[in-house]
Design a protein around this ligand. Sequence first.
Ligand SMILES: Nc1ncnc2c1ncn2[C@@H]1O[C@H](COP(=O)(O)OP(=O)(O)OP(=O)(O)O)[C@@H](O)[C@H]1O
Ligand SMILES: [Mg+2]
Length: 254
Amino acid sequence: MIGVSVQGVNKRFGGIQVLKDVSFTANEGEFVTIVGPSGCGKTTLLRIIDGLEKADSGDVRIDGRPVSGPARECAFVFQADSLMPWRTVWDNCKLGLELRNIDVKANRGRIQELLNLVGLRGFEKHYPRQLSGGMRQRVNLARALVVDPDVLLMDEPFAALDAQTREIMQKELLRIWADQRKTVVFITHQLDEAVYLADQVLVMGRKPGVIADEITVPFERPRELSIKRTEEFGKLVERIWGTIEGVIRETGGI
Ligand SMILES: Nc1ncnc2c1ncn2[C@@H]1O[C@H](COP(=O)(O)OP(=O)(O)OP(=O)(O)O)[C@@H](O)[C@H]1O
Ligand SMILES: [Mg+2]
């Protein structure tokens, strides 16, 4: 089954073509990462998949159904810390259900299971200010998963984290993904993150945003962080960097 299908998507803002003929598919349960220089249209593409933005032309489907408005099958995880500071960890998680009018009481078990899964058992009554950045992103993830989406859309979720926490979160995310088996589309600027997480890496060009390269990542799962230091891994990162460098050169700097 195909989880996310994007075919021939074009998008203009004013006179500027941001996305041009963008096509890719993510099979159900597949992990796709998107990299590309700033302003190439990554967030726009994710918003189109989520139905928050409308494509000018092209076809976008989730689980085979055309997207025609905010997609209930998708959950978004943003870079910015989008937790409500006046709500506890538990109440922030519950918000995902409330926003979709899903019965909270009937899902108490699920909230607890997910908080356990993301490693926050015992922190249910804490407020966001009492948590580290990594822990706050774990709450964000639990909140996204609580509605049991088919597709998880993640826009640079770990960008604000320090290098060590980020690595831990990458490994954790793969563990959680293996448990939940969602289709994931994940944007990042960090090339090693893109390769480490993905089944498939999409490299975007800019002005207009096109898919400049598509890479199938061959490493077996589960993956140890140490694969990042292998030659094969380094070669994939180098290939992506080569493409992005070319795009930046052609389109006039960062
Ligand atoms: N609502 C909007 N109205 C007008 N222009 C927009 C809008 N949203 C995005 N753009 C423009 O579209 C282009 C792509 O933006 P987008 O945010 O998708 O890029 P991005 O690849 O996510 O960049 P970054 O890596 O910096 O997050 C940019 O030139 C941006 O100015
Ligand atoms: Mg963006």
